[in-house]
Design a protein around this ligand. Structure first.
Ligand SMILES: [Zn+2]
Length: 233
């Protein structure tokens, strides 16, 4: 069962299991033909585009690190960064459906709504991968598991949109928690996307209480229980 379906009690600790990570920071290996050192002592990948020996050494290093299957996926993702792949009809439909309630909640919060690009910049197993682009032109990969329920897909995507929103809010100098829990205004925290009774909901991870269904952050008429206004940042 995907981690996103776990109960709320674990709170933010489980978030790390859902992070969209395809290639984490690499351990600092001994000197390689493709690697240099920056001024802080950290490693970076560096070889001239026409240095085929260094490129081959880099690929071999990645193959050893990732194994054959992981390497093939990594290589495909590297190609997709250069040349994103148009989504299939299924991928497009799945991502559109999962994103719709989140776009509604972002708009209801007065936040910019990202442009959803129907192109894959990476490959993930059993997933539909897309790309969202913000008003400043910065983008982020998004994905949902194809074998998840519709509600599960919304909850998966919700967390990725929360990270996207946090970046926007950070740049605007605003609190990063979106959507903020209305039950804990004194100790602000973002709501936790969960699946309850086959519905994707925003829940308070402290109390486990469902605050509202994802996509219904602003109800027709604006007012929601416990809130004076239909819009919140
Ligand atoms: Zn709360």
């Amino acid at each position: 069962m995907p981690a996103v379906l776990q109960p709320a009690a674990q709170g933010p600790a489980r978030r790390s299991t859902l992070r969209c990570v395809t290639s984490g920071p690499l351990p600092d290996p001994p000197f390689r033909p493709w690697q240099g050192k920056d001024s802080n002592g950290g490693g970076f990948i560096s070889y001239r585009p026409d240095d085929q020996a260094a490129a081959a050494a880099w690929r071999q290093h990645m193959r050893e690190m990732l194994g054959e299957e992981g390497f093939a996926r990594w290589q495909r993702s590297a190609e997709l960064i250069q040349n994103p792949r148009p989504l299939t009809d299924t991928e497009r439909a799945v991502l559109r459906q999962a994103a719709a309630p989140l776009l509604a909640d972002l708009a209801a919060s007065g936040l910019p709504v990202p442009d959803i690009r129907e192109e894959a910049h990476e490959e993930r197993e059993e997933s539909a991968c897309g790309w969202i682009q913000g008003p400043d032109g910065t983008g982020q990969g998004i994905w949902v598991l194809l074998d998840s329920s519709a509600a599960g897909q919304v909850a998966q995507l919700a967390e990725q949109f929360q990270d996207w929103a946090a970046d926007l809010l950070h740049d605007a100098g605003r609190p990063l928690d979106w959507p903020a829990c209305p039950r804990h205004p004194g100790a602000p925290h973002r709501l936790d996307p969960q699946v309850r009774d086959d519905r994707a909901v925003w829940a308070c991870w402290e109390s486990g209480q469902v605050i509202w269904p994802i996509g219904e952050l602003a109800m027709p008429g604006g007012a929601r229980p416990g809130r004076r206004r239909g819009r919140r940042p």
